[in-house]
Design a protein around this ligand. Structure first.
Ligand SMILES: [Zn+2]
Ligand SMILES: [Zn+2]
Ligand SMILES: [Zn+2]
Ligand SMILES: [Zn+2]
Ligand SMILES: [Zn+2]
Length: 559
């Protein structure tokens, strides 16, 4: 079924499978295209914009994803989970004559929100959407790490800095999409590698610099065999100064642009489109998803089953639709951060709830609407009335409107994947945050005066205020960060965390798909013909310079 997106006016397709799903969960088909749907959901997720803000209950200073002025109170972790407040005292009676979402927003704005979303972490105050981290600083969407800094999507890592999507690795710096690596720097798509620098798509390699598509290599530079001594010399040369690293980065860019790539980064997947997928079965538009079954339009998910239009879903989410943020929830729709919930809709920040509708901040409740508890029958009756009203407004099943996000567009992941300025965001109904964290123009050392090599850096740098060469925001070097640079022989960065993060994210493919065909024309391949004719959905846009192969041609050529 073809439809025109209500938001961007582009045509989009609703698949037969999608229609069956909507029928099963009793929602009308969506009014917007998959991209606009994702944009709305992630505009409710502020991962990295942090502010200094005191807890409104215990008054202790702390760090929060909310700035000091918000319509709702903000509580620290201890207070939010403590007995000092009760979310049900804010309960509201459903008023038929007013729009439901207006009442829901009114409730949302009264209920305390938790300062940061952190679970079981030790000495890791500046982390968010994070769990079980130790001695870590500015890491996000991260779990089970120790001594890590300035990273996003890292899991089971030790002492990694400036990484994105890195698993089970140690002593890595500026790496993207790597797994089981040790002492790797400035690289992308490495697996089981040791001491690999400025390299792309390498497996089981050691001591390599500026290599691409390598398998089982050792002591190679630009994919050519060298001796150990030659390798060490080259490595020392590159790491010697900020300037030589920047030059190597330029070389790396060219190497990457000419590399052979598989149409999608997918392992053990079957009948699934998307990118950065592992063990995904039957679904479309999956990005950064692992172990999914029959799910579509999902990003950042682990183990979801029969879900559509969800993101940041972990621990076996089942039959959810239009949900942002969940652990182990089932049958939930149109909600944000519903953890361990079942049959919960239009709710925000609820835990262990069953049959709740339009609720905020509840824990272990049943049959609540706008935080007011009812008997089962009364609950069903009111719920039906609300659904009827939403249907009459033509919005039932659609994700929460952007005005209901507690964040400015520029604070959320939406800005990262769908960049817009204040005016553009405003026109689409998104909020905007004008309060900035951090300072500008307060630097005590100019970029030109920064030491070229780490050898020339003393602990005095910890007292200096640095300035980002891109956005001009001030930043500092922390003690453990400096220790890392010294240990790894890396020069100081000239950009603040956010700009470094943006650079890394730009090395990953976009969350969009194009229909293309395999570019292989190799004569020794089984397709024999002039050119392989396999077609696929790929996140490599047609204007990309890489050589894009289908699974078979890639395996034959690279492995
Ligand atoms: Zn659209
Ligand atoms: Zn507190
Ligand atoms: Zn910057
Ligand atoms: Zn092919
Ligand atoms: Zn081929």
């Amino acid at each position: 079924m073809q439809k025109t997106c209500k938001n961007c006016k582009k045509d989009f397709d609703i698949r037969k499978e999608d229609l069956i799903f909507y029928e099963q969960i009793k929602v009308p088909p969506p009014l917007m295209c998959p991209d606009c749907r994702m944009q709305r959901r992630i505009a409710f997720r502020n991962e990295r914009t942090l502010y200094k803000r005191a807890c409104d209950l215990c008054k202790k200073d702390g760090i929060s994803i909310y700035p000091s002025k918000t319509p709702f109170p903000v509580y620290c972790h201890k207070c939010w989970w403590g007995d000092g407040w009760d979310p049900t005292i804010y309960k509201m009676d459903w008023n038929k004559s007013r729009p439901f979402l207006e009442q829901f927003l009114e409730l949302k704005n009264k209920i305390p929100r938790i300062a940061l979303l952190v679970i079981d972490s030790i000495n890791s105050d500046y982390t968010n959407n994070a769990a079980e981290n130790k001695n870590s600083y500015l890491i996000f969407a991260a779990e089970n790490n120790e001594d890590c800094m300035y990273s996003r999507l890292i899991h089971h890592c030790k002492t990694v800095l400036d990484c994105v999507s890195v698993y089970e690795s140690e002593l890595c710096y500026d790496c993207v999409d790597c797994k089981k690596c040790f002492k790797c720097l400035f690289s992308e798509r490495l697996q089981d590698c040791i001491d690999v620098l400025f390299s792309f798509d390498m497996r089981n390699c050691q001591n390599c610099i500026l290599c691409a598509n390598g398998r089982n290599l050792s002591y190679c530079i630009e994919n050519i065999q060298y001796t150990k001594e030659e390798f060490e010399k080259k490595k020392a040369e590159i790491l010697n100064s900020y300037e030589s690293i920047e030059k190597a980065k330029e070389k790396y860019k060219k190497l990457r642009a000419n590399a052979v790539v598989k149409y999608a980064s997918s392992v053990k997947c079957n009948n699934a489109t998307g990118d950065y997928m592992y063990n995904c079965h039957d679904g479309v538009n999956l990005f950064d998803v692992r172990n999914s079954k029959n799910c579509s339009y999902v990003s950042d998910g682990e183990d979801p089953i029969d879900c559509q239009d969800v993101n940041n879903m972990y621990f076996n989410a089942e039959r959810c639709y239009n949900v942002m943020g969940s652990l182990q929830s089932t049958n939930c729709i149109c909600s944000v951060y519903v953890l361990y919930c079942n049959e919960t809709s239009y709710s925000d920040s609820c835990y262990n709830c069953v049959n709740c509708f339009g609720c905020v901040g509840l824990n272990k409740k049943n049959y609540c609407i706008l935080n007011k508890e009812y008997g089962k029958e009364k609950y069903q009756k009111i719920k039906e009335e609300v659904v009827e009203q939403l249907k009459n407004e033509g919005i039932y099943g659609e994700f929460l409107p952007p005005a209901l996000s507690p964040f400015g567009y520029n604070e959320t992941l939406a800005k990262e994947y769908f960049p817009m300025d204040e005016k553009g965001a405003g026109e689409k109904g998104f909020n905007w945050q004008n309060e900035t964290s951090g300072t500008y123009g307060k630097e005590t050392i100019k970029e030109e005066a920064m030491p070229e090599s780490i050898v020339d850096v003393t602990e005095d740098i910890l007292k200096e205020v640095l300035v980002c060469k891109d956005c001009k925001k001030n930043f500092r070097i922390t003690k453990s960060e400096l220790d890392f640079y010294k240990r790894m022989n890396l020069p100081l960065p000239h950009k603040d965390f956010e700009c470094r993060h943006q650079d890394r994210m730009s090395r990953r493919n976009p969350r969009r798909l194009w229909h293309r065909s395999c570019m292989c024309e190799l004569k020794n391949h089984p397709h024999d013909a002039q050119k392989c004719d396999v077609e696929f959905e790929t996140s490599y846009s047609p204007d990309r310079t890489e050589t894009i192969y289908c699974e078979t041609c890639y395996q034959q050529e690279v492995s």
